[in-house]
Design a protein around this ligand. Sequence first.
Ligand code: CO
Length: 198
Amino acid sequence: MKTYLGLIAAVALTLTACGGGESKPAESTPPAPSTPAVASVPATPEPASAATSEPVVASAVETSTPAAAGECSAIINSNDAMQFDVKEIAIKSSCQQYTITLKHTGQMKKEAMGHNIVISKAADKDAVVSDGVKANVESGYVKPNDERIVAQTNLIGGGEETSVTFDVAKLAKGEAYEYFCTFPGHATQMSGKITIVE
Ligand code: CO
């Protein structure tokens, strides 16, 4: 590299020298060695996302098995058909913290088909949901500072993703917990169980 720069400098000097009185900058030899490298990078053939909604819905219905992600994390997909693709999350008690990532694979805006993940005791679910419905879309259909809520994500629309990480110690062993979407009308269908396992 040093040699290369030296060469450039030499060329520049030569050009300046040849230019006589004119102080001409050495811009005539722009080194472009990276062109072949750029050309060899294959263009990623991304299929148009417009036509993907149907397969996504189908797979979301089929895969109602426990979340497959890291030991202490889960990924839940949601869609324009008001569905979560995971119906139960088993959290290992050895996890200090647990992360739930929510993906909205649909295309509708959050004002029309918003989804979130809210966790509470199963016994508190109905009250949390009804208070959430009274809140507006800006507050994510969650009552601010609702102490019954163990953890919550933002409300997202189609194509968006969000996540929440919480202390597993906030979940008492032997207590029944659920996660659900608090968007008006969604909680009955968009809901799942959370259990603590060894
Ligand atoms: Co929802």
